[in-house]
Design a protein around this ligand. Sequence first.
Ligand code: 5RP
Length: 219
Amino acid sequence: MSGDEMKKRAAEAALEYVEDDTVVGVGTGSTVNYFIEALARIKHRIEGAVSSSEATTQRLKACKIPVLDLNAAGPLPLYVDGADEANRQLQLIKGGGGALTREKIVAAASERFVCIADQSKLVDVLGAFPLPVEVIPMARSHVGRALLNRGGQPVLRENFVTDNGNLILDVYNLQILEPAKLEAELNNIAGIVAVGLFALRPADVLLLGTVDGVRTMRL
Ligand code: 5RP
C-alpha cells in the first residue's frame, strides 16, 4: 500500500469528528487535500471552513465549501491538519508546506485538534525532519545565529515566501528531547514569527493511516 493511500485512510477517518452545523478548521498539505475531498461530500452538513493557507482556501473554494474568517467564526470545535513528524505525546513538527503560522493560529483557536498522517510520520524523538521556522525578513541573520548557538543548522528555504510575506529557515540537526521547552525558548527570539513545533498545543487525537487500517492515538 502506498503512502498516499495511507494518508487518504487517515483523512477519511477524520470525517467522524466533524459535527453537523459547525465550522471546521482546515490545515494544509497533501493529507489535508484528501480531507478536503472527503469534506466536500458532506459540505451540506457544515457551515463552512476556516482555512490555514492560501492553497487550502483555493481548494476549499474549488469544492464550493464556504471559507470563513477566523475572527468571525472562532473559536472552532475542530481543527484537522497533517504533520511532518509526530511523537507519542502527539507533539508535532509542522510547516513542511510553509503554512505553520496560520496553522498554529487555527489550532490554538480550536477546541480539538485532530492530526491526520500516514504511519511514516510517527517517530520516537522529533527532529529528523528539519524544523521550519518562519522569520521576518530583516531578522533572517539574527535568527540564524541564534539557532546556530542552540546547535541547529538553519538553511534558508530557497525561492519561498510565506502567505504572510516572510521567510522560512529549515533547521537541521536538532534532536528535540524537550519539545515544549524548545518551542517556548524559540518563541522568545526576536524576529521569529512562529516555530513549527506544536508541543505547547499538541494534537488531541492522531489518526495514523497504516497498512492494517487507521490507528487512533489520544492524549
Ligand atoms: C504544512 C504542514 C503539513 O501539515 C505537513 O507538511 C504535512 O504535509 P503532508 O500532509 O503533505 O505530508 O505542516 O505547513
